[in-house]
Design a protein around this ligand. Structure first.
Ligand SMILES: *[C@@H]1O[C@H](CO)[C@@H](O)[C@H](O)[C@H]1NC(C)=O
Length: 109
């Protein structure tokens, strides 16, 4: 079920991107096309969430998270803008410690 939702979401995204109205000037072509989407998949054993948005400046912000039925979770928040892609990971998974490899912060609760 989750794979179908991802496939459907990606499919819709591609359609949204390629179905964007034809532009006439170079300036219009460079303008970002803001969008946002969010969904959640849940059953007795886990909850998955995913959301992302892009604003008028082309800055992309999003997150995804997984929580199992024992409360073990991992949440990834990310941003992509003129300064590149940065991610911050929050988790309570056993065996992880706070760190910041490759500009990605790990916050272990
Ligand atoms: C949740 O996990 C249990 C144990 O693995 C399994 O028996 C059950 O079918 C799962 N429930 C769902 C909704 O997948």
């Amino acid at each position: 079920m989750f794979k179908e939702i991802i496939a459907l979401t990606l499919c819709c995204l591609f359609i949204a991107v390629y179905a964007a109205p034809a532009t006439t000037t170079a300036e219009q072509e460079e303008k970002p096309h803001p969008y946002n989407f969010a969904f959640e998949e849940k059953d007795a054993n886990y909850t998955l969430t995913r959301q992302e948005e892009m604003d008028e400046q082309g800055t992309v912000k999003g997150s995804y998270s997984y929580i199992d039925r024992d409360g073990i979770f991992r949440t990834v928040n990310y941003i992509a803008d003129e300064n590149g892609f940065r991610a911050a990971i929050q988790s309570n998974e056993p065996g992880l410690t706070n760190s910041a490899p490759a500009g990605t912060t790990f916050q272990i609760n």
